[in-house]
Design a protein around this ligand. Sequence first.
Ligand code: GAR
Length: 196
Amino acid sequence: MKRVAILISGSGSNMVALADSMTGDHPARPVLVLSNVATAGGIAKAQAMGIATAVVEHKPFGRDREAFEAALIETLDAARPDIICLAGFMRILTPTFINHYAGRMLNIHPSLLPKYKGLDTHARAIEAGDDEAGCSVHEVTAELDGGPILGQARVPILPGDTPDDLAARVLPMEHRLYPAVLARFATGDRTPVVLP
Ligand code: GAR
């Protein structure tokens, strides 16, 4: 059984979708939900689901990213994770952290990568006049939002869509895509998942 740690910064809806999926004959189980924000809504949700939680705030470390990540690694490694899922974890990670979990860290990003790496993905897709948007799950490498793509899901962009409209259409697809990719990845299968 693979041990999965999920890193969040916010409401944790992707974390809930991942945790909900890891039951029965699924090859993985959630062992830790970790947030860098003490007030993240996802922490209370994980606790209600009976999952161990931890908070490692970045703020006390100021600009010292290395020290923050050393604290993250110490807390994470105590849970002996086989797989790390970034699920709305809004800190940029250094190569030191990424190398520590090389080949076993996933991220979900709200765009059809390689388009729109970084922030404000939905506004940028609308601004560009695209007729579709979506989400991607990828392996985390040193290149921001640039690792091998392990799954994508598409939705249309409709006339008059605001970024919030688009986010509301993409998020339910994220909740389907991430568990589908994790279920494959946990068996060692890296064949990309394509939804719908
Ligand atoms: C999700 O839309 C996720 O794709 C995005 O943050 C949201 C987290 O929502 N991630 C990024 O933008 C990463 N750069 P959640 O906390 O409800 O899962």
